[in-house]
Every structure is written in structure tokens, then in C-alpha cells.
Design a protein around this ligand. Structure first.
Ligand SMILES: NC(=O)C1=CN([C@@H]2O[C@H](COP(=O)(O)OP(=O)(O)OC[C@H]3O[C@@H](n4cnc5c(N)ncnc54)[C@H](OP(=O)(O)O)[C@@H]3O)[C@@H](O)[C@H]2O)C=CC1
Ligand SMILES: O=C1O[C@H](COP(=O)(O)O)[C@@H](O)[C@H](O)[C@H]1O
Length: 499
């Protein structure tokens, strides 16, 4: 059986919350079943409510069953779970946690290794980190790692303040900032597609690529997260982190080695090269939207302003489209279009690389342009790659027709590709920080985003400006039309539609 052979105690702060229930416990269970966390593992759940150990174990069991409908090895798995009721703002409480950590260290032979997972509201991140150090939890003869959830700050200034606080207790190499998109199979595949194929890398530049399109659309609204979303909006919630990380992976230079530091250093260069758009100019580059009522899959949806915990006159954006320019030798003049939004027509994340037209059309109907070559990376829910080419249509005429070469990861790896959180937890336990964001990346991303959010805070938009079930406001289409492009429709691109 495969084992990380990394004994460790995982302490989850916010263990009774939504993220722990939906993502963390099912991921730990999968790792346990696959033998990827060893028997030398223990997990302590921390939250305020006064649960017994048994109540907590029942909660973990229910969470796992609800998420992955499996009960196998469950009792053995649950026997590694403990609970500590604690208010993280209470200075006294950490002493008991330290005692429990020490006991479990002895019982499970954990070599003093500790991973602190902060699955709580961000206002607590700094306080917890400070207490962990002050009360001796980080003072261990094994490793001490902090896994920290988003949002990492609200803007550059608050992110810096948070970073300074956590850096009093943890070195940069001990901090694992989660961006769950970096745990997705096909996001990780971007590097392999680019750097393991002789076919693409020579073409991966402004001479051959006309534009890049990244769409990450959701059918969900804000669900129970209205309070959080009101303060953040789509720009901070999705673009600052997930979308810019995908841009960086697509645009970076080949690293000299596939190591954490080399990859991060190339991503940082892309984020530095992104043109910072300011003031009135922003309206030519970025579009915001907010959903009104509408239908998705025949079901009527309410408008954003009617959602729970949302201001009925809210100006928070639930949709962003933008054009990003990367001012370096490779990408000068190539627009990277991005869009993300809630209550759109379909749940889908796709990247389209559109190649430039060939210099001359020799085929029948030369007055009509050939379909451009496209490379589509399907991130979710379908996983795969499609290459759109032109081929000769069967028959006597020199006519051509578009054809697709498709690879579906679902068919290749089976449908159960590991959940992003499972991979990221595994990486953090092994100490591999490649798929976590370095502080420099976070700071540069905020610097880019702040210019837009500041401008938007000073100006208004007529909201709502798109219907639930559509693909966003019409201004998002105009953003491409002004450059002579259009968004490739996501239905047309679906991998499973391939003939
Ligand atoms: N849920 C999701 O899908 C995602 C969440 N995230 C991030 O993960 C983090 C957690 O989110 P989520 O799980 O949704 O939040 P929840 O509100 O569901 O959970 C918050 C948790 O914190 C505990 N808590 C609150 N105050 C205290 C306190 N003073 N002392 C100790 N425990 C406390 C709560 O338990 P109790 O009330 O018992 O104290 C609960 O376990 C956030 O940073 C969020 O942005 C990121 C991506 C997705
Ligand atoms: O980080 C977040 O991501 C989810 C979308 O994640 P996905 O894996 O389902 O694409 C988004 O709904 C949420 O608002 C945001 O905080």
C-alpha cells in the first residue's frame, strides 16, 4: 500500500463549518482509503460549539457519506479524529490544545509534525497564527505548517497586514495559501500540455496566437454566502486568485526545472508584466455585471438583490469580464480575455487558445474565412483537450470542414479524478508548495485588482444588467467585438459533443 510515510497531526480550525464538511473530511477519507496518509495520522477538529468526541466523529462520518457515499474502513478512519471546543480569541484555550497535540503525538508517533488548517473566517487568521506561536504549538521538533484559506486579504494593504501577522509565526516556506483551482487536474495539466509537447511550445506566442479566452461560469448564485460575497464580489472572489493563476500558468516562460521555486518565479514574472489599467481607461478593459431574475434549466431564479443577506440596492458585481495584456516579448499585443460569473447559463471552466489565421485561403469559397485553429482546455466539469483543425470534406470538391481531435480525461482516468482539495491536502502533508500561492503572487495580483476595484467603488453601473441563465451583460461581448473577436460559445466547445 502506498503511503506518504509523513506522520502528522492535522488541526482543523473551523471543523464544524461548511468547508470542512463538504471538502476537507471527504478528502482526508479518500487519502486514507488510498493509503496516502499513513496510520500515523491524527486530526483534531476545533470550533466553539460544545461537541463531544463522539458527536464530532458522527459529523465526520455523515460528511463523508454525504459527499462520496462510502462507508468502507470508516470506523478505522474515524478513530483518528478528536475534537477540542475552543474560542480562537480566548488566550487560555490554546494550552489545552497543546496538551492534546502532545498526547496525540506520542500515541500516533507523529514525530512532532503539525499542520494547522485555517478553515475559518479570515478575520481570525492573524489571531490564530499569533496564538499558535505564543502558546507553543509551533514549537515542535517536526514540521509546523499553516494552510490558509481564501480570501487572503481584501486588497493589497490588508493582505500585507495579514501576511505580516502570520509571518511572525511561520516562515514563507511553512505557509500554504490555498487556491483550489491549482488542485484541479486540468489546471495542473496546463504545464504538461505546454511543456511536454513539441507541437505547441513553438507556436505559444504572439506570432501564432491571436487571443486567449478563459471562461469560468457558474449556475449557482451566492447561496448562503451573501454576507461574504457582498464585501468581495466576483472580482475579488474569482479573478484576483483563480483566474489570474490560470493566466499566469498559460503565459509563463518554461521554467528551467519543474520545481516549486522555478515555477513560482516564472508565474511572478507574468503577474509583473500584466499591464495595470487605471482610471477611466478601465471601462475599455473591464466590464462588471449583476444578475437579475431569470430562468436556468427551466427553473425561475431570483435576482442577486433579493438573495439572503444581500442589500436590496447592492452594487456588488456577480460577473466580471476583462481584457488583460501582458507586456513582454512573448505576448505583446495578444489579449487574454477572461470572464466569470454567477447564475450564468452553464457551469463550465474552459480555456480557448485561438490561433491566428493562415496567410492565404486556397480553398473553395475563398471569400469566406477558414475556421481558426483552436486549442481548448476543458477544466470542468468535463476534463480534456480538444484541437480544432480544418480538413477536406469528403467528396469531389476542394472544400474543407472543421474537425476536432479530442482527449477526454474522464474516459482516460475514469470519472473519479481526485477532488482538488484531496490533492492539495496531500501536497501540504508532503511539503510540496508548488500548487499553493507564494506571497509575491498574492501581492502582485492584488496590485492589479486594486486599480479596478478602486475605480469601480467610485463609479456606478446600472444593475442588474444580465438575466440569470444568460452569459452575462452584452458589454462583455462588445469587449471582444471591438477587437474583431467573439467568445467561443461554451456549448459548441463541450468535449463530449465531439464527433
Ligand atoms: N465553504 C466553501 O465552499 C469555501 C470556503 N472558503 C473559505 O473557508 C473558510 C471557512 O469557510 P466556511 O467553512 O464556509 O465557513 P463556516 O461559517 O461554515 O464555518 C466557520 C467555522 O468557524 C468556527 N468558528 C467561528 N468563530 C469561531 C471562534 N471564535 N472560535 C472557534 N471557532 C469559530 C465555526 O464553528 P462554531 O460556530 O462552532 O464556532 C465553524 O466551524 C473561509 O475563509 C472561507 O472564505 C473558501 C472556499 C470555499
Ligand atoms: O473560490 C470560489 O470558487 C467557487 C467556484 O469553484 P469551482 O471549483 O466550483 O469552480 C465559487 O463558487 C466561490 O464563489 C468562490 O469563493
Amino acid at each position: 500500500m502506498k503511503q506518504t510515510d509523513t506522520p502528522a497531526l492535522t488541526i482543523i480550525f473551523g471543523a464544524t463549518g461548511d468547508l470542512a464538511k463538504r471538502k476537507l473530511f471527504p478528502s482526508l477519507y479518500n487519502l486514507f482509503k488510498k493509503g496516502e496518509i499513513s496510520n500515523h495520522f491524527a486530526c483534531v477538529g476545533v470550533a466553539r460549539r460544545q461537541w463531544t468526541e463522539q458527536q464530532f466523529r458522527n459529523h465526520v462520518r455523515e460528511s463523508v457519506i454525504a459527499a462520496i457515499h462510502s462507508n468502507e474502513q470508516m470506523e478505522e478512519f474515524l478513530s483518528h479524529f478528536y475534537y477540542q471546543s475552543l474560542d480562537v480569541t480566548n488566550t487560555e484555550a490554546y494550552i489545552e490544545l497543546l496538551q492534546l497535540a502532545n498526547q496525540l503525538n506520542t500515541k500516533y508517533h507523529l514525530n512532532g509534525n503539525r499542520m494547522f488548517y485555517l478553515a475559518m473566517a479570515p478575520e481570525f487568521f492573524g489571531t490564530i497564527a499569533e496564538h499558535l506561536k505564543r502558546d507553543g504549538l509551533t514549537d515542535t521538533n517536526g514540521f509546523s505548517r499553516l494552510v490558509i484559506e481564501k480570501p487572503f486579504g481584501h486588497d493589497l494593504q490588508s493582505a500585507k497586514a495579514l501576511n505580516e501577522k502570520i509571518r511572525t509565526a511561520f516562515r514563507e516556506s511553512e505557509i500554504f495559501r490555498i487556491d483550489h483551482y491549482l488542485g484541479k487536474e486540468m489546471v495542473q495539466n496546463i504545464e504538461a500540455i505546454r511543456f511536454a509537447n513539441a507541437l505547441f511550445e513553438p507556436l505559444w506566442n504572439s506570432r501564432y496566437i491571436s487571443n486567449v479566452q478563459i471562461t469560468t461560469s457558474e449556475t449557482l448564485g451566492v447561496e448562503e454566502r451573501g454576507r461574504y460575497y457582498e464585501k468581495n464580489g466576483a472580482l475579488r472572489d474569482m479573478v484576483q486568485n483563480h483566474v489570474l493563476q490560470m493566466v499566469a500558468l498559460l503565459a509563463m516562460e518554461p521554467p528551467i526545472k519543474l520545481t516549486t521555486d522555478e515555477i513560482r518565479s516564472e508565474k511572478v514574472k507574468v503577474l509583473r508584466a500584466m499591464r495595470r489599467i487605471e482610471g477611466q481607461n478601465i471601462q475599455h478593459f473591464f466590464v462588471r455585471g449583476q444578475y437579475g431574475a431569470g430562468k436556468i434549466n427551466q427553473e425561475q431564479q431570483i435576482s442577486y438583490r433579493e438573495e439572503h443577506n444581500v442589500d436590496p440596492e447592492s452594487d456588488t458585481e456577480t460577473f466580471v469580464a476583462g481584457k488583460i495584456l501582458i507586456d513582454n516579448f512573448r505576448w505583446a499585443g495578444v489579449p487574454f480575455y477572461i470572464r466569470t460569473g454567477k447564475r450564468l447559463a452553464k457551469k463550465s471552466t474552459k480555456i480557448v487558445i485561438q490561433f491566428k489565421d493562415i496567410p492565404m485561403n486556397l480553398y473553395y469559397q475563398t471569400d469566406q474565412p477558414l475556421t481558426p485553429n483552436l486549442l481548448v482546455i476543458h477544466i470542468q466539469p468535463d476534463e480534456g483537450i480538444t484541437l480544432y483543425l480544418n480538413a477536406k470534406r469528403v467528396g469531389p470538391y476542394l472544400d474543407r470542414t472543421p474537425v476536432k481531435l479530442s482527449f477526454s480525461n474522464n474516459r482516460f482516468n475514469g470519472i473519479n479524478t481526485p477532488e482538488a482539495y484531496e490533492k492539495l491536502l496531500y501536497d501540504a502533508l508532503r511539503g510540496d508548495a508548488t500548487n499553493f500561492t507564494h506571497w509575491d503572487e498574492v501581492a502582485l495580483s492584488w496590485n492589479f485588482i486594486d486599480a479596478i476595484s478602486h475605480h469601480w467603488a467610485e463609479t456606478t453601473e446600472k444593475f442588474p444588467n444580465y438575466e440569470a441563465g444568460s452569459m452575462g451583460p452584452k458589454q462583455a461581448d462588445q469587449l471582444l467585438e471591438q477587437d474583431g473577436f467573439f467568445w467561443w460559445p461554451i456549448d459548441y466547445l463541450d468535449v463530449d459533443e465531439c464527433k
